[in-house]
Design a binder for this molecule. Sequence first.
Ligand SMILES: Nc1ncnc2c1ncn2[C@@H]1O[C@H](COP(=O)(O)OP(=O)(O)OP(=O)(O)O)[C@@H](O)[C@H]1O
Ligand SMILES: [Mg+2]
Length: 182
Amino acid sequence: MSIVITGNPGVGKHTITEKIAEKMRLSIIDINTVAKESGLFEKNDDTNDIDVKELEEILKQKISEKNIIVGHLAPYVLRKNQIKIMIVLRRSPYDLISVYKDRNYSDEKCKENAGSEILGIIAHDSINKFQEKVFEINVTEKTISEVTEQVMQVISQKDKNDQVDWLELVKKNKDLGKFFVD
Ligand SMILES: Nc1ncnc2c1ncn2[C@@H]1O[C@H](COP(=O)(O)OP(=O)(O)OP(=O)(O)O)[C@@H](O)[C@H]1O
Ligand SMILES: [Mg+2]
């Protein structure tokens, strides 16, 4: 059973996964890399539109005890009995927009990804499928080493879930129009 790190693009999955992998001496399985190497992105470059059944089969062959798995597709391509714990990194949509701007994402892609974080789609889908194995961590205003430490604490069952509700925050700031096209 593997440790899994998921969350929307730009939340810090790869940054944190590398730290945890080093600390726990685990090798990283990057779901996007596996999908790419298996030619699953060839027909369609959109990482949200992929044959998840096929990817699930391919991953099944690769997973072992010594892995940490990373990717935003994790909740859609893994089975509950394959995972020890799934950590969903959550990050303020305001911070995500800056990450996306640095990456030169189009306005549409910025809104789509920040909107998905506001609605908590990955967290919702993960909890729906993996229930008690899922933990959310709010990375906002925490350093990389603070987040790494919190993830280690959650893995060793010494820390619990963060409560995250970006929708409430965005509504309060009257910023819905900033993130969602009406
Ligand atoms: N706790 C943190 N505090 C500040 N910046 C961070 C933190 N974690 C990651 N970052 C920065 O945020 C950016 C996005 O991180 P990263 O590339 O790890 O995200 P990701 O979730 O793997 O994204 P993708 O899904 O697109 O691969 C990077 O510039 C990284 O250095
Ligand atoms: Mg990444």
